[in-house]
Design a binder for this molecule. Structure first.
Ligand code: BG6
Length: 485
């Protein structure tokens, strides 16, 4: 792959996201020779650190967060690329300290804003006033972009005063995941799925993103957000749009994004009138995960007992367009659930007539199960004849199972941030969210938040280590369906 020299600036280099995801990804890219030898990585933070102390700090972070023993050569190559600069992000004059370390006249300058969104405006202005905004400058925005439509518009407006939409890269790390991208390959590179992907053949779709971990030390942030904003507004909406969109004409930036946007615009609003039949909100209480007792959400470190923030959401989504008329999409996501599992299950319609009635009273419909993580793969559940001379034509459910690790070897699957960092360096926007997408998604999420505010119902409890509140089972049972377990 061709690489280009780039000045990659991380604002908030010592923060959680940077140490857990960005620095380990840069290490992996360096190890795979995907960073140009002349690329520079500039870390920006408010701490008073010498260059030497910074390098030692980063070395420690790499040791702690790269999930394999560090190799000396790539580590030293990466560290040699790194520079530190102290900038108080709300003081515009201090951005001049970056001048000389970066050169946006001659090279690509990526500014990765790994800080609270309240600082996005100040950073964009600071870069502009320091003369660092040229057509070569790109800015990467981390989520959350606002907490509703109005605040996301404010943030986007502040950024847009300095950068054109072509220069803005809004991250949803699910779009960098290998298996999420494979949804495109599965749908548009295989004729069996291009023709069996609409209301004629599909009964309903289930999308589950279950996390085993609870909130842990993130209470402060999470309690302000809740699972709907933290996971549904972005990650589940992205999976939903990739499953539901029309074929794009190609994979260029706008082709893909425009098709996803059409799906978001076709989502049927949820209102106070129908929310009790469409949405389930839950909050985990104490329970057991893998045999170990774990605290409930309210007892987590920093928690307060009066919180009614949801840690689980299940939603019946209807897409009002030609392809999906009458096909519900059921989404569910939660923290402190039975296990970590993300998957899409396409449930096909049952057959109109059963010619095997004498031996099989009913014919379970086919299912396509796309396992996003962990144990990535694709399964098709189908019926086969049980071999043998007796019993007539007896049928049994069987699995056609493609495990990615078996098919493609045990090679390490690249992390989402690695792919996204490369894409932004190369100036490709297809895997980033455009402004209209973020805003359409917030528009729909706001309708749910407003309905919750009106009905004012507390979240339903579920024990940590379970699959959510009983009401989530009832959500599907009402439609005579059940979750894939
Ligand atoms: C983040 C959320 O965006 O995604 C977290 O803020 C969540 O709450 C995380 O845990 C899940 O990401 P992944 O890649 O582990 O599925």
């Amino acid at each position: 792959m061709e690489t280009i020299p780039c000045d990659f600036t991380i604002f908030g280099v010592l923060g959680d996201l940077s140490q857990r995801n960005l620095l380990p990804s840069l290490y992996q890219l360096e190890k795979a020779d995907l960073l140009h030898p002349e690329t520079r990585v500039i870390g920006v933070a408010r701490h008073d650190l010498s260059q030497e102390a910074f390098i030692e700090e980063i070395r420690g972070k790499l040791q702690a967060f790269v999930r394999e023993p560090l190799e000396t050569e790539p580590t030293e190559r990466l560290l040699a690329k790194m520079r530190y600069v102290l900038v108080n992000l709300d003081v515009p004059e201090e951005y001049k300290r970056l001048v000389g370390l970066v050169d946006p006249q001659q090279r690509v300058l990526v500014s990765y804003l790994s800080v609270a969104p309240t600082l996005f405006g100040a950073i964009c202005t600071g870069l502009e006033q320091a003369g660092l905004v040229t057509p070569n400058t790109r800015v990467v925005l981390e989520k959350p972009i606002g907490r509703n439509l109005a605040t996301s518009q404010e943030i986007n407006d502040l950024v847009a005063r300095v950068f054109s939409e072509r220069q803005v890269y809004r991250i949803d790390h699910y779009l960098g995941k290998e298996t999420v991208m494979n949804l495109l390959a599965l749908r548009f590179a295989n004729s069996i799925f291009t023709t069996n992907w609409d209301h004629n053949t599909i009964d309903h779709v289930q999308i589950t993103v279950a996390e085993e971990v609870g909130i842990g030390s993130r209470w402060g942030y999470f309690d302000q957000a809740g699972q709907l904003r933290d996971m549904v507004q972005n990650h589940l909406m992205q999976i939903l749009t990739l499953v539901a969109m029309e074929p794009p004409v190609n994979l260029h930036d706008d082709s893909l994004r425009n098709e996803k946007l059409k799906v978001l615009k076709a989502l049927r609003p949820i209102t106070a009138k129908n929310i009790d039949k469409r949405v389930v909100r839950g909050q985990y209480g104490p329970g057991f995960i893998k045999g170990k007792a774990v605290p409930g959400y309210l007892e987590e470190h920093g928690g307060h007992p009066a919180s009614s923030t949801e840690t689980f959401v299940a939603i019946r989504v209807d897409i009002d367009n030609w392809r999906w008329a009458g096909v519900p999409f059921y989404l569910r996501t939660g923290k402190a659930m039975a296990c970590k599992r993300s998957e899409v299950v396409i449930n096909y319609k049952p057959l109109p007539h059963n010619i095997f009635f004498n031996s099989s009273r009913s014919l379970p419909a086919n299912k396509l199960i796309i396992r996003l993580q962990p144990d990535e793969g694709v399964e098709i559940e189908m019926l086969n004849k049980v071999p043998g001379l007796s019993d007539g034509l007896r049928l049994q459910r069987t699995m056609l199972d493609l495990s990615f690790s078996e098919a493609f070897g045990k090679e390490r699957i690249a992390g989402a941030y690695e792919r996204l960092i490369l894409e932004v360096m190369q100036g490709k926007q297809a895997l980033f969210i455009c402004r209209e997408e973020v805003e359409s998604s917030w528009h729909w999420i706001d309708s749910i938040q407003a309905a919750w505010a009106k009905t004012n119902e507390p979240p339903k409890p579920y024990p940590a280590g379970s699959w959510g509140p009983v009401a989530s089972v009832a959500l599907l049972a009402r439609d005579e369906r059940e979750w894939e377990e």
